[in-house]
Design a protein around this ligand. Structure first.
Ligand code: UN1
Length: 505
């Protein structure tokens, strides 16, 4: 119990967790990565209070100096990149090359926002009256709650925490339990970078207790903004709760991301893209490929090449050079098994389904199949547009394929799930690419690249069930973590009345 990893409020570890829980390595479930002390809703509220109390002091530090703190975070992340990536691989089973890329994503995010500390521009605006000047300023929103998923335990929280801090906000962060050890390392890097106590607080709590704590903190006026990455179902509950307190959260939710392949596409390139975004990260990205929508004249050839590529891809031990490793944890494995049950009952699958085991081995498997949560890659051809598999996110290594006749039909199919996060088209015809980008309802469109792997300084976010229209990353996220204040300054020495004293010519 004493060695459990505990929540941190105002720089102090919070003793007496309500329970402890192990976080295990999904590639070898006997390997306990750490034991987490899980707190109740009261700790969430305490953390929100600490964040509220620390906020004015933090906001008083000039933005370029807050930028220097972010620069320290970037430097420490760089110095610890290999160790942190290895921990990501151990705790959530992400292949090492991807884990290194994920740590690079926070470094890139820091790089971007260091400079923003010296910009954070407002505007000067002409007044309609003489001897008067108008200005706009970005002001911090206040105390921010960040509730993040564990499939990107470093990159995704950084998209909220780095800009929120830079803008002068304080943070309460509730990471996922299954990536809690990585979260502790993440927290410690911030604490050693000059982020003062109370400015960044870490709470380990389960879903219901987080929700209860958030509800109390919002009711007590302690939280001004919520950032959430996770399922559309939970996102909609968070949106409802925030709405009751007249708040607009930043929601980054699920996806069922389509990839259209036209008759003129470079099929080998498309196969590579489908392989990476369909099965990379074991299909557990919000930007993972959901359905390939391929023009009927190249359908058979695509299926042939794609199946061959999937069959020969290496998978298994994520410390090795593999396309994908295990699922994130038991809960995700159980969820994926449900989808597999449904798929098996309704579809003919190309290749094997289910857990990889000694009884169902797989060519190219690296490691001990019995040790971890390893699943066969699943391809389902002939998915209909009213199939559950076509409409719902599966969050596992499965890719559906369907075919189309005209590009308009492909775009309509791409929009049918009601999600709208990422999308992609493989084509050599620029007209088709632009028509696709215009017609697809998605926050992100790739041309001749996969649905996943967005760069860290472009707007990230989705339409429809994928979010509430908010965008993260780059300058666009500043609108999440600041509010515009207008200032009008009259130096005429008399009372000038807008509209009434304005002379129209
Ligand atoms: C997620 O899965 O929530 O664009 C984020 C990508 C990554 C981030 C995914 N940079 O695929």
């Amino acid at each position: 119990m004493s060695s459990a990893i505990l929540s941190v409020v105002a720089g102090e570890r919070v003793p007496d967790p309500v329970r402890t829980t192990p976080s295990t390595n999904p590639a070898n479930t006997a390997d306990v990565v750490g034991t987490i002390g899980v707190a109740g809703p009261d700790v969430f509220v305490q953390a929100a209070r600490a964040a509220r109390e620390a906020q004015a002091g933090w906001a008083a530090l000039p933005a370029p100096q807050r930028g220097q703190v972010i620069a320290n975070v970037g430097r420490l992340m760089t110095a610890n990149k290999d160790r942190l990536a290895a921990l990501v691989t151990r705790e959530i089973g992400k292949p090492l090359a991807e884990a290194l890329g994920e740590v690079q994503e926070i470094i890139d995010t820091c790089d971007f926002f260091i400079g923003e500390g010296r910009r954070l521009y407002g505007q000067t605006v002409p007044s309609e009256m003489p001897d008067k000047q108008l200005f706009t300023f970005r002001r911090p929103v206040g105390a921010v709650a960040v509730i993040s998923a564990g499939n990107f335990p470093v990159a995704v929280p950084s998209w909220y925490i780095v800009p929120a801090l830079l803008c002068g906000n304080t943070v309460v962060w509730k990471p996922a339990e299954y990536s809690a050890v990585v979260s502790d390392a993440f927290y410690q890097i911030f604490a050693h970078s000059g982020v003062p106590a109370g400015v960044f607080n870490l709470v380990y709590a389960d879903g219901p207790d987080t929700f209860a704590g958030l509800e109390q903190a919002l009711a007590a006026g302690l939280i001004d903004k919520v950032g959430f990455t996770g399922s559309s179902e939970v996102g909609s509950r968070i949106g409802e709760l925030c709405g009751r307190h007249l708040q607009t959260p930043c929601l980054e939710l699920g996806g069922k991301n389509p990839m259209v392949i036209t008759e003129d596409a470079d099929l080998d390139l498309a196969v590579e893209g489908a392989l990476f975004s369909g099965f990379g990260t074991a299909g557990q990205r919000c930007t993972s490929l959901g359905t390939v929508i391929v023009q009927e004249s190249v359908h058979d050839e695509f299926v042939r090449r794609f199946s061959a590529a999937v069959a020969s891809a290496a998978m298994g031990d994520p410390t090795q050079d593999v396309l994908f490793g295990p699922l994130l944890d038991e809960k995700f494995a159980a969820g994926f098994e449900k989808s597999l049950g449904w798929i098996a009952a309704h579809h003919t699958v190309i290749g094997a389904t289910g857990r990889v085991s000694a009884d169902s081995p797989r060519d190219g498997f690296v490691g001990d199949p019995a040790a971890g949560l390893f699943y066969h890659p699943v391809i389902v051809d002939g998915v209909r547009s009213d199939d559950e598999l076509f409409l719902n996110e599966t969050f596992g290594p499965v890719v559906g394929i369907t075919s189309y006749t005209t590009l308009d039909e492909a775009i309509a199919l791409g929009n049918k799930s009601g999600y709208g996060l990422s999308s992609s088209i493989y084509t050599t015809d620029p007209n088709k690419a632009f028509r696709f980008a215009q017609g697809i309802s998605a926050g992100m469109v790739s041309v001749n690249n996969s649905t996943s792997g967005a760069e860290a300084h472009l707007p990230f976010g989705g339409n429809g069930k994928s979010g509430n229209g908010s965008r993260q990353s780059g300058i666009w996220v500043l609108d999440q973590f600041t509010r515009w204040q207008s200032l009008n300054w009259d130096y005429s020495g008399k009372l000038q009345k807008a509209q009434m004293d304005t002379v129209t010519v």
